[in-house]
Design a protein around this ligand. Structure first.
Ligand SMILES: Nc1ncnc2c1ncn2[C@@H]1O[C@H](COP(=O)(O)OP(=O)(O)OP(=O)(O)O)[C@@H](O)[C@H]1O
Length: 346
């Protein structure tokens, strides 16, 4: 199992061989995770053999077109996939514990404790008729029923301060807060028990650009404070570029590339990642929008071989027949594309 490239500053300073020797073991290891939705129209394999690792303090951006499986990955890691979906196999190991193997009670304990999930639109799901404080206290009490009231309250105040909110927010209702403040409350709830892994699904959608930046900076700061590994799911590649260490690209339920943020933006390897990057607007291509030809395939009728081959400008005969494995290239980059079969380093 390959660990992602180190954080931006480390990666530039130390030779790769030394980094590999010094690297601590990953805090999160996702291994061959598979999810299928059993619909009336057939089986949709929404996650297909997804594997990656993250170390404490790393931040991974997860990108891909709508329907590529990003939220399914988050829900599977939380064991929150609902019928008609089913986790078919794989492991999600955090600090030595495989979450997929836990019983329901063990998993309830692991949520918020080991892994926290801030879902899409979380700020709109705060209870409008409960004070923010009561919602925070309930979350703590569900996991630490014996913690004294004063300690629970202090824990909540600390979490609010960590996300730059006044502890007075404890007594407020959601309707009294701005969108950015509500999103920060959701982050505060996510870090109440100082989990090792935080997944934030589109944490900045529906916020203005200034508030988006503040929310991302808040995530950065709380990550530093509790040294968590963070997975940021989103579509905004520009925002990702500024805040994550590495980027993972999903296509039709598979991870097709994982690279450091610098490599992804300057030299993407997978033809789909190349198309994603070149479709980003910049000052040189002002007014010229370069989209990705064709449509993302239905998971019910995936093309044979590599699912991207009908849209790929580099497709070869083998791509129509054989699904490429996620191979490891130099610099711990991982790419699932036959173009690189000969470059594998391990
Ligand atoms: N409840 C469901 N029933 C059937 N199929 C589903 C269900 N939820 C998801 N899927 C399938 O799983 C695929 C992945 O969905 P998912 O929500 O994980 O994508 P996503 O990449 O997070 O999309 P978005 O960026 O729009 O949030 C979808 O294309 C759909 O085919």
């Amino acid at each position: 199992m390959v660990t992602l490239a180190t954080s931006r500053s480390q990666a530039n300073a130390v030779p790769q061989s030394t980094v590999a020797a010094l690297e601590p073991s990953p805090v999160l290891s996702v291994e061959n995770l598979e999810v299928t939705y059993y619909t009336d129209l057939g089986r949709a394999r929404a996650l297909d053999q997804v594997s990656f690792t993250l170390r404490a303090g790393q931040k991974l951006g997860m990108v891909g077109e709508s329907g590529s499986g990003k939220s399914t990955l988050a829900l599977a890691m939380m064991r929150m996939i609902k019928p008609p979906g089913r986790i078919e196999g794989g492991r999600v190991v955090i600090g030595g514990t495989d979450l997929i193997g836990l019983d329901e009670q063990g998993m309830r304990h692991a949520r918020l404790n080991k892994i926290a999930y801030i879902p899409q639109g979380a700020m709109n799901s705060l209870n409008p008729v409960m004070r923010i404080g009561s919602q925070m206290v309930d979350a703590v009490k569900a996991h630490l029923p014996d913690e004294p009231r004063s300690a629970v309250q202090e824990r909540c105040y600390h979490a609010l301060r960590s996300v730059d909110l006044d502890p007075g927010v404890f007594r407020m209702y959601a309707h009294e807060l701005s969108g950015g403040m509500k999103q920060r409350v959701c982050i505060a709830i996510g870090i109440l028990l100082r989990p090792s892994v935080i997944i934030a699904d589109e944490p900045t959608s529906a916020l203005d650009v200034v508030t988006q930046r503040q929310v991302m900076e808040t995530i950065d700061r709380v990550q530093d404070e509790i040294n968590a590994a963070v997975i940021l799911i989103g579509h905004d590649m520009g925002l990702m570029a500024q805040f994550v260490d590495a980027v993972a690209v999903m296509y039709a339920g598979r991870l097709v590339e994982i690279s450091s943020v610098r490599e992804m933006f300057t030299d993407p390897k997978h033809p789909y990642a190349q198309a994603l990057i070149s479709s980003l607007p910049n000052l040189d291509n002002k007014g010229v929008f370069k989209g990705i030809p064709g449509l993302a395939p239905s998971l019910l009728r995936l093309p044979s071989g590599c699912a991207f081959h009908p849209r790929c400008p580099n497709a070869m005969e083998t791509c129509t027949a054989v699904s490429p494995d996620l191979l490891t290239l130099a610099n711990n980059r991982r790419v699932a594309c036959h173009l690189y079969d000969a470059e594998t380093v391990s």
